[in-house]
Design a protein around this ligand. Structure first.
Ligand code: AGP
Length: 612
């Protein structure tokens, strides 16, 4: 949550900061601000609302300066208003800070500072931090970078920060622990940002900071050290991301662009791994931990939200193909319930962002207890891939819409490959079965192209149900997680209450909700449980429910019962989640647009949940 950006160099800082904040707005968008360091004083512009509101404020005010910091906020401490927006200036006006994270011991520090006469103007933990740093600097007569370092040793919690001092007007000090921070290295200029997207326009050279590392820089030099004062050799990496990947490219929203990118995203996920000629799946991380995977007593999958739904599909896949017991856990529950874990367990942690606080904490716990951790992540260089023993990137490309779409199908594609590999290596799948599954998987991108052709039809259906207040999603087997994912997509971007259920569970309660006002979206393509789903649809129709069914091309039985059908190509049961989810993504998208919702930045949400 929250995005931070900073610049020092020869260029005007405010356009760089504002453009950077726009790129980071997916991380939080309830208030925004920038501060420029000018002639021994700070120029601060900040406001509740979006970066576009901030832009107006900056345009109307003083905005010259070649060093500055910026922030877009997802509120934790204090409501989203002008006062609580970052940057925060310290009491004696020496320092200014932007911060992403939570300072857990802020209350105790605040009391300490108040007893010394410091007044606070906001409700934030961040204002406490900047005053704590200033207090150390003034009391101990330290340069401000050293005061930052000393202060961070007493701080509990998570942070990515950038700090400026009026007395050292060409210096930026940044640090991270638990929240992401990237340094961009230009010629005679440096950038900081929560991810590389604000930086790539100016330089492809970046340093991903590790936990408890800080950077001190001016226009020409930077130094990386730990907060224990150990100087580190910075590993400068070349990033491959192109600017087009983070722009809308003619689409109305990132979400729609990302839905339509799925054939390409899955092709990229499969590339170099699905070796049809050799008849094998190649994944370095699996090979490296081959013995651990093959001898695992069980596999535990940990994730949150949509990634958790992908994990559920993974459970069905791994148990069917490899016959290894799988448990799927919400990371937030796992980390706090003293789970039984041992050295023969393999944990698969799934995360698009690679920064989700609960998933990171669950990884740490499982690691401490001796499990082998395999990560599935989309964002290159994020914290989760660095915290795991091995892993694989989904290669879906930057996902900016808050509602996860292409990351889900890329995660499921990876889990499909992992399960086929495990099945083959464990001797449960024959070479013929393996090849047949791999061949089917290779065809998924072109079948998704077919699924996307239903867009106009889905838009028409959306118009019919857009005013509903509730919706029920039903599926069985591999399609139960798809029902959950469809319901999550609808509620997060359209604010319609929606529930996903295993279709058979309907009779154990939710059937009481069904009447003519209730859209029931049934994921009912041809497959092992098709006949059972047909019976479930009959039960819904008997209660006058409004059925929208996802069916296999040419279906007649469900067509005769349902109010609306959406056809998708045929595929084996284990691969159907990859196809059936696509019309559900489109359905939630169109409904949300028709209801006037901001699909890329739904209310109260942020793309990566870096606080628990
Ligand atoms: C998905 O649409 C959500 N916005 C959310 O549930 C998300 O999947 C969850 O927060 C997990 O994020 P991660 O994959 O980045 O860890």
């Amino acid at each position: 949550m929250c995005g931070i950006v900073a610049y020092v160099g020869k260029q005007q800082a405010s356009p760089i900061l504002l453009k950077g904040l726009q790129r980071l707005e997916y991380r939080g968008y309830d208030s925004a601000g920038i501060c420029l360091n000018q002639n021994e004083s700070f120029v601060v512009h900040k406001t509740a609302g979006k970066v576009s509101d901030l832009q107006k404020l900056v345009d109307a005010g003083i905005h010259e300066g070649t060093i500055g910091i910026g922030h877009t906020r997802w509120a934790t401490h204090g409501e989203p208003n002008d006062r609580n927006a970052h940057p925060h200036v310290s009491f004696h006006k020496r320092l200014v800070i932007v911060h992403n994270g939570i300072i857990e011991n802020f209350s105790a520090l605040k009391v300490r500072l108040q007893s010394k006469g410091v007044d606070f103007v906001s409700d934030t933990d961040t204002e406490v931090l900047v005053n704590f740093i200033e207090d150390i600097m003034l009391e101990e007569n330290l340069p401000f970078d050293e005061a930052v370092r000393v202060a961070l040793n007493e701080v509990h919690g998570a942070y990515a920060i950038v700090v400026m001092d009026t007395q050292e007007p060409r210096k930026l000090v940044a640090a991270r622990k638990g929240s992401p921070l990237v340094l961009g290295v230009g010629i005679g200029e440096f950038f900081f940002a929560s991810d590389a997207s604000p930086i790539i326009e100016y330089t492809k050279k970046v340093v991903y900071l590790n936990d408890s590392e800080m950077v001190v820089c001016d226009d020409h030099h930077f130094i990386v050290k730990t907060i224990q004062n150990e100087v580190k050799t910075a590993k400068i990496q070349e990033i491959e991301m192109e600017l087009e990947a983070i722009e809308k490219g003619g689409y109305d929203s990132f979400m729609l662009k990302e839905i339509f990118e799925q054939p390409r995203a899955i092709t990229d996920s499969l590339r170099g791994r699905l070796d049809l000629h050799g008849g094998t799946i190649k994944m370095a991380g699996l090979e490296e931990y081959r013995a651990k995977f093959l001898n695992a007593n069980r596999i535990i999958i940990i994730a949150c939200g949509t990634s958790w739904h992908a994990g559920l599909v993974g459970e069905y896949l791994i148990e069917e193909f490899a016959r290894i017991p799988v448990e799927v856990e919400y990371a937030s529950e796992f980390r706090y319930r003293d789970p039984v874990i041992n050295q023969n367990d393999v944990v698969i942690a799934i995360s698009q962002s690679g920064e989700t606080a609960d998933t990171l904490a669950a990884i740490d716990l499982a690691k401490q207890r001796g499990a082998t951790i395999f990560g599935i992540c989309n964002v290159i260089g994020a914290s989760i891939p660095r915290a795991t023993h091995a892993g694989a990137y989904t290669h879906a490309g930057p996902e900016i819409g808050v509602a996860s779409t292409k990351a889900f199908t890329a995660q499921v594609s990876l889990l499909t490959m992992i399960s086929i590999w495990l099945g083959k290596e464990k001797g449960n799948l024959s070479q013929t079965e393996t090849l047949s599954l791999m061949t089917e998987l290779e065809q998924i991108p072109s079948k998704i192209e077919e699924c996307l052709k239903v867009n106009a039809l889905v838009e028409e259906i959306s118009a019919k149900i857009k005013d509903s207040t509730n919706a029920l999603y039903l599926g069985r087997g591999y399609l139960f997680p798809v029902a959950l994912e469809g319901a999550l997509k609808l509620k997060e971007i359209s604010y319609i209450h929606a529930e996903g259920y295993p279709a058979a569970e309907m009779k154990h309660g939710p059937i009481a909700l069904i009447d003519e006002a209730m859209p029931v979206i049934v994921v009912a393509p041809k497959g092992a449980q098709y006949d059972k789903l047909v019976s479930n649809i009959q039960e819904v129709k008997a209660r006058k429910g409004n059925v929208i069914a996802i069916v296999t091309e040419g279906d007649t039985e469900v067509k005769a019962l349902a109010d609306y059908i959406i056809e998708i190509p045929d595929a084996p049961d284990p691969l159907l989640p990859l196809l059936t989810v696509v019309p559900l993504q489109l359905l939630s998208y169109h409904i949300a647009v028709m209801r006037g919702c901001n699909v890329d930045q739904p209310r109260n949400l942020a793309k990566s949940v870096t606080v628990e």
